[in-house]
Design a binder for this molecule. Structure first.
Ligand code: F6R
Length: 261
């Protein structure tokens, strides 16, 4: 079973996640981070930047691989994930831009960009720790319901629900791209440690299906039940529908220190 940690605030959750990311670098200076975009990990990246600066962590060898990118947004579009990663990860934390990668959403390279990305992740030695958010429809990366649990990086069509959810970042839903390129569920599952964050009541259905529902392509995040090392960090609202939430709290409270996260 995945470890479920229920905390009171987004700040506590993202601090915990940030420490997991930095600890990997303390143990392995050329660690490979799997990066998510969207609103969920923003505070985590801030905490990482603070820890790195305060503790003088050498991150010059750290590599990063983003989960996904919209297809067809013009270069430099403020809502492109390339722009998000540049601002929140490269500039804020100080990662070497040459070591940070995103799948290409450029129409010119679409036929090969999925396979090329898989090759790059493999050449880097695979992802050591992957941060994930979850969509209200249960997607991870942009693997919408129905995605193969064995899928690799490829083009996907966003659901109307996801386009509606993400329209808050654009002027209107019409500006939200219809297509994206995303690491597949199989690609994500290759990461050695997965940390999934979710906040707010509107994520509670996706969380209960991911953690306690059947493993099914209809709920892509449920695939994490098959992964040997998953840490789910949620606030009370996102955890509110979990049947075994008091057990998860009890287990975390009594977690032996030697076990780590
Ligand atoms: C982002 C990503 C998506 C988001 C999800 C939640 O790279 O792959 O799965 O994590 O759509 O988005 P937010 O965090 O904006 O609620």
């Amino acid at each position: 079973m995945a470890e479920v940690i229920i905390v009171h605030s987004k700040n506590d959750a993202t601090k915990l996640a940030a420490n997991i990311f930095v600890d990997v670098v303390r143990q392995k200076p050329n660690a490979v981070w799997g990066l998510a975009t969207g609103s969920t990990p923003v505070m985590m990246y801030k905490h990482i930047a603070n820890i790195v600066a305060n503790d003088k962590i050498d991150i010059s060898q750290v590599q990063g691989f983003a989960l996904d990118e919209y297809v067809g947004l013009p270069k430099g579009h403020p809502e492109s994930y390339t722009n998000f990663i540049s601002k929140n990860v490269i500039k804020q934390i100080g990662l070497n831009p040459r070591k940070v990668h995103l799948p290409s959403g450029d129409m010119k390279y679409l036929a090969t960009s999925g396979d090329d990305y898989e090759v790059k992740i493999k050449a880097a030695g695979g992802v050591d720790v992957q941060i994930l958010g979850v969509g209200t429809d249960g997607h991870i990366g942009f693997n919408e319901p129905g995605s193969s649990l064995a899928s690799r990086t490829r083009i996907k069509t966003l659901t109307e629900q996801t386009r509606e959810d993400n329209s808050r970042f654009f002027n209107s839903i019409d500006e939200v791209p219809i297509h994206c390129i995303t690491q597949g569920i199989g690609t994500i599952m290759d990461a050695r440690h997965i940390v999934l964050l979710a906040f707010g009541e509107n994520k509670s259905d996706a969380i209960v299906k991911a953690v306690e529902g059947s493993v099914t392509a209809a709920s892509p995040a449920s695939a994490i039940q098959l992964h040997p090392h998953v840490t789910i960090i949620v606030d009370d609202a996102a955890a509110s529908k979990l049947r075994y939430r008091s057990y998860y709290k009890w287990a975390y409270l009594n977690k032996p220190k030697w076990q780590g996260i």
